[in-house]
Write a protein that binds this ligand. Structure first.
Ligand code: FUC
Length: 817
């Protein structure tokens, strides 16, 4: 075995080769570019030791079987192949286009006529006129794009033994292990939030066994090159080589690409040989190999693209390289790995959930998904819940972009719905489990985006509506576009920004952070101001309503959804105005504005009960005659969840109407819409109904082998909405009460949970057995008084900050828990 380093260049930092690769179709969604293993699989690997793992007995054959890693900014889908490994890569600022202004200057002149037509009942004409005059230009926003793929080609063995690939949710490391020719091979992949690189670590239990060829492919317009010994100046000469991909992002809908992008893959073998050609790096007979992957674009913010991705990626690689070289050859990577795990666990380990354990846990994850609905596998629901928390940590860390329709992971240049931010439910749903799931920090990127939208949306408000304040419609993108898109029947909905603000208000409700409230208050005020300027009186009752608007995205006559004052808009406005009033009181400002809001709020159209006893979706009772009675959106039920305007205890009659609406809609919908229904049934205290819908969600139709939610196709909101639904079954804290086990299904008779969060600043642990609460612990984080409830029983508690209450199943204080 060779133990000598063979340098491929003596000039540190030299550019070895450079070639221009034109755009070509990269197989992001499949493994087409990979050599496939055609040999024999021998033996069966046992399940991983960590029960919070996803695991499989075969490599991924498609993208939705591959496993996601991410540090909030830099993500990879790991395929775990034998003849070849594929890492499909993403960076959260790699979107098409550049800064642009989509606001339509014809809109304002058309607005009075569109309103008149709506109030005259001429909805189709109104929609036609709006389509001609009021839509954004371009009519589409910019898509989120893939970086491309890192491919490692290995010598193909004839057989492999005990193959297993897994994703450990507790360490956030994806692994592949198998034996071949008497050697045990191990591959570990993680995306470090500390070092800002993806690390791929290849090891074997015998020396000199690791050989492969590494290359990048991409559908982006790029120049590929290989640099050698680039890191020598930092730590002295050694042998390393770096794949470099420099390029620019794509155009879309006529908006030119304005971002520079760069990806660097530094290959660091321990012993063996390394060599390079124009766009590939070969490693032969190494003992172990570390690959460091960095990627960045020139995006600084929605109006500044002057960043230097070359400097950023070089620095990230150099930093991780320096750590790698500290101490002995392999110890450095151990530090990087340990730092990564510690940063992940700081968030992930805050919540533990045990819903019961059965033998089903011994099966690979894809088989468990197939059997969940008909079997007894409560731990899969707990795994699904923790997977969602994992996904939020990996796709939404402070300083990065919020989780988009696919979180962070996208293999395409034109993904479904452009993998944008659909803000008429999907982005909001992404963040539902954040606060009660004890991941409040993950909301920071969302807050940052909303503050951006409050700026761009000011222009939209002026240009389109002649109004003060700001508005965002049903979608936005990296460039924070706020004009209505796609077509008026989906896009002409002015409530997107106001709904997002509700997520931020929740952050304040759970954390009581006044500084945060001060930061978001101007955006709350600006949104409220927009509605003060644009609400209009409807002619029949003289209630104040939004117009034009729609009940997302439900037509009330064929293909026509435009209307005035749908229930959801009024519900969102009641929340926005109330929150603004409360915030202005807490912050001690804007008394006049507060009074104006209170007066306007009193004139908003009320919730109405329709002829079928349902909660009316529109001003008129169209519900049962609407073309799509089973529509996926249940927008009018916003009042029941995520809001608390409709409540099981405080407004039982309205709760009954919401239940009727839910029954009329049915349980079956798209992935995210199914997840929403779980939350709604939990709020109605029907745990078994909620669980029946969870069975529907956690089945192959709506859950891919890698547990990604299917809309279809893949859309991450269902994962987050499903996790939120599981929380709502176990703990609710709206309307001034913290309720234990409000909707516990029969399927989870025994269990416990630690670390859930409740509004008002509490951390909650609970134990239950035989379907009954046996113990609950409340830790106070803010010193607020609270009322706790279990069934019919309620108890008031006054805990100091840092204080803890131990209660038994009858809510009696339990001094010896
Ligand atoms: C909304 C939904 C669709 C899809 C899209 C991204 O428009 O109605 O089902 O989820 O967002």
């Amino acid at each position: 075995m060779s133990r000598t380093f063979k340098k491929i260049s003596t000039i540190a930092g030299a550019l070895f080769f450079s070639i221009l690769i034109q755009a070509h179709g990269a197989p992001g969604g499949t493994t087409n570019s990979l050599p496939t293993f055609t040999g024999e699989f021998l033996g069966e690997a046992p399940p991983p030791a960590e029960p919070l793992s996803l695991w499989y007995r075969r490599p991924a054959t498609n993208w939705v079987s591959a496993l996601p890693v991410g540090n909030g900014r830099l993500g990879a889908m790991v395929f775990g192949g034998i003849a070849g490994e594929q890492l499909q890569l993403n960076e959260d600022t790699l979107w098409a286009g550049g800064p642009y202004d989509p606001d339509n200057t014809n809109a304002l002149a058309a607005l009075p006529e569109v309103r008149r037509l709506i109030f005259d009942g001429k909805y189709a004409e109104a929609q036609k006129l709006a389509s001609q005059k009021m839509m954004g230009k371009p009519l589409k926003q910019m898509p989120y794009e893939t970086i491309g793929n890192l491919v490692l080609e290995f010598p193909t063995p004839a057989t492999v033994g005990n193959y297993r690939r897994d994703l450990n949710l507790d360490t956030a490391i994806a692994s592949v292990t198998y034996t071949s020719g008497g050697v045990k091979f191990t591959r570990e992949i993680f995306s470090s939030p500390v070092d800002q690189v993806i690390v791929v670590r290849l090891t074997a239990d015998k020396l000199g066994q690791i050989s492969f060829i590494a290359g990048l492919n991409t559908p982006q317009k790029v120049e590929m090159s290989v640099e050698v010994n680039t890191n020598a100046p930092f730590v002295g000469a050694t042998n390393d080589a770096t794949l470099v991909m420099r390029g620019v992002n794509g155009q879309s809908s006529g908006i030119k690409g304005a971002l520079k992008l760069q990806t660097r893959v530094c290959v660091l073998p321990s012993h063996g040989k390394i060599s390079a050609d124009a766009d590939k790096i070969s490693v032969t007979n190494a003992d172990s190999v570390t690959l460091l992957i960095a990627a960045a674009t020139s995006y600084k913010n929605y109006h500044d693209v002057s960043g230097d991705p070359e400097a950023i990626t070089k620095q990230q690689i150099a930093g991780a390289y320096y750590k790698w070289r500290c101490g002995s050859f392999d110890n450095g990577i151990d530090t990087t790995r340990a730092d990564h795990i510690a940063a992940h666990r700081e968030l992930f380990r805050r919540v533990e959930l045990n819903l019961g354990k059965t033998d089903a846990m011994k099966l690979p994850t894809d088989e468990r998904i197939q059997h969940f609905a008909g079997g007894n596998d409560p731990q899969l629901a707990a795994l699904y819940f923790q997977f969602a928390r994992y996904l939020l940590i990996c796709s939404s860390r402070p300083g990065g972009q919020p989780a988009n329709l696919q979180g962070l992971w996208n293999s395409s240049m034109s993904p479904p719905w452009d993998s944008k931010y659909t803000i008429n439910i999907n982005t909001e749903m992404n963040y539902w489990p954040a606060e009660p799931g004890n991941l409040g920090e993950c909301v920071e990127p969302l807050a940052a985006m909303v503050l951006d939208l409050a700026q761009t949306g000011e222009h939209t408000a002026q240009v389109m509506y002649g109004a003060r304040g700001w508005v965002a419609h049903h979608n936005t993108d990296l460039w924070r576009a706020t004009a209505p898109i796609d077509g008026p029947q989906w896009g002409l909905w002015p409530m997107g920004g106001a709904w997002l603000l509700q997520n931020l208000w929740e952050h304040y409700q759970f954390n009581g952070d006044k500084k945060f409230l001060e930061k978001i208050y101007p955006a709350m005020q600006g949104s409220a101001q927009f509605f003060l300027d644009t609400l209009v009186e409807e002619p029949t009752h003289h209630w104040l309503v939004t117009c034009p608007s729609l009940s997302p995205e439900n037509p009330h006559i064929n293909n026509v959804s435009l209307c005035a004052g749908p229930a959801m808009d009024l519900e969102i406005l009641r929340d926005l105005f109330a929150n603004c009033i409360q915030a202005s009181e807490i912050l001690g400002r804007d008394k006049k504005f507060r009074e104006q809001l209170a007066a306007t709020r009193a004139q908003l159209a009320p919730l109405q009960i329709g002829s079928a006893g349902q909660l009316q979706e529109w001003l008129e009772d169209w519900d049962t005659n609407a073309p799509d009675i089973h529509h996926r959106h249940v927008s009018h039920l916003y009042g029941l969840f995520p809001s608390d305007q409709i409540d099981f205890y405080t407004t039982p009659e309205l709760a009954a109407t919401a239940k009727k609406s839910l029954e009329l809609r049915g349980d079956k919908a798209t992935g995210w819409a199914t997840a929403w229904r779980i939350n709604l049934w939990a709020r109605l205290h029907d745990g078994d109904h909620a669980y029946a819908i969870l069975q529907y969600l956690l089945a192959p139709e709506f859950t891919y082998p890698d547990m990604f939610d299917s809309c279809p196709p893949f859309q991450i909101d269902g994962n987050f909405g499903g996790a939120s639904g599981i929380i709502e079954m176990l703990l609710q804290s709206q309307n001034g009460e913290i309720e234990f086990l409000p909707a516990l299904p029969k399927a989870w008779p025994d269990g416990n949970v630690k670390g859930l969060r409740a509004r008002g600043g509490f951390e909650v642990d609970m134990d239950w057995a035989g379907g009954k609460l046996t113990a609950a612990t409340l830790h106070s984080l803010l010193g607020n008084p609270c009322k706790v409830r279990y069934g019919e029983k309620t108890v008031e508690l006054n805990l100091k900050t840092g204080g803890t209450a131990h209660l038994d199943g009858s809510l009696q204080s339990n001094p010896k828990p």
